[in-house]
Write a protein that binds this ligand. Structure first.
Ligand SMILES: Nc1ncnc2c1ncn2[C@@H]1O[C@H](COP(=O)(O)OP(=O)(O)O)[C@@H](O)[C@H]1O
Ligand SMILES: [Mg+2]
Length: 256
């Protein structure tokens, strides 16, 4: 049994077949990549697996447990963490609070404790704060803990999203174009963070990335999606030399 199993997953938006017969098996600790031109269906695949949309057909399971039909928060609690292509941060909340909030679903002090400040509540809050700082340290923004997220540059907002996803202690992490909109320096830093996160937590990662070069450097296996179907699958070398992939990217332009 794989950590994540997706079989024959298909989805229609009205008459548009956005994803067709998509399969992936991910083992613990693997870093896998999903590439493809804009509109290929990459984000839709994430949304289907994480419960934002329901697959029209197919099987999705995490550690053998069915995920189809569950709510996004249930899927997150089951161990599937993610970040969003278009950042999904809360206005007027500090960086630190984002990462603390993400841990609350796992806390157990209950409503009475929430009102009357029990010792257990205090301890859990201290632990949550310490853990948040450790994660912010890992993604390199512990110095910005008390800033409002909206005041941060784009690259740092993406780091907040990453720390928040990690705060839920996922078994597998989905990253949807984590370097979109970043400048070259931010991009290199984010790659290093992804490597670090993978190493430190031994986390399985599925990475959507538009830039082939980046995904080639990070991932052990890559799928190429075009019009909702996987047209090529293999190691970075195999993908790089696959004529179908080069065609899909209109020559070598996007590989660099
Ligand atoms: N919520 C939606 N409703 C209708 N069509 C959608 C929706 N989300 C995505 N699509 C369509 O599905 C296709 C795949 O989109 P998407 O998964 O966002 O592609 P990618 O992430 O690979 O760029 C596109 O044609 C897009 O317009
Ligand atoms: Mg997308």
């Amino acid at each position: 049994m794989s950590l994540l199993q997706v079989e024959k997953m298909t989805h229609y938006f009205g008459g548009l077949r956005a994803v067709h017969n998509y399969d992936i098996h991910i083992e613990p600790g693997q870093i896998r990549g999903l590439i493809g031109p804009n509109g290929a269906g990459k984000t839709t695949i994430f949304n289907l697996i994480t419960g934002i949309h329901q697959p029209t057909e197919g099987v999705v399971s995490l550690e053998g447990k069915n995920l189809v039909g569950l709510q996004p928060y249930q899927i997150a609690s089951a161990g599937l963490g993610r970040t969003f292509q278009n950042l999904l941060l809360w206005r007027h909340m500090s960086v630190l609070d984002h990462v603390i909030m993400a841990q609350y679903s796992r806390m157990t002090y209950g409503l009475v404790g929430a009102f009357f400040g029990t010792a257990k509540r205090k301890r859990q809050e201290t632990e949550a704060e310490e853990k948040a700082y450790r994660l912010l340290e890992l993604v390199g923004i512990s110095g910005l803990a008390n800033q409002n997220v909206l005041n941060l540059p784009y690259g740092d907002q993406r780091r907040v999203e990453m720390a928040r996803a990690l705060a839920m202690e996922p078994k597998i992490l989905f990253l949807d174009e984590p370097t979109a909109g970043m400048n070259p320096e931010e991009l290199l830093q984010m790659m290093e963070i992804i490597r670090q996160v993978h190493k430190e937590f031994g986390l399985a990662i599925l990475l959507i990335e538009h830039r082939l070069k980046l995904v080639m450097e990070l991932c052990e296996e890559i799928q190429t999606l075009v019009f909702g179907e996987v047209i090529a699958e293999g190691t970075p070398e195999e993908i790089q030399n696959n004529p179908k992939v080069i065609d899909a990217y209109l020559g070598k332009e996007a590989i660099d």
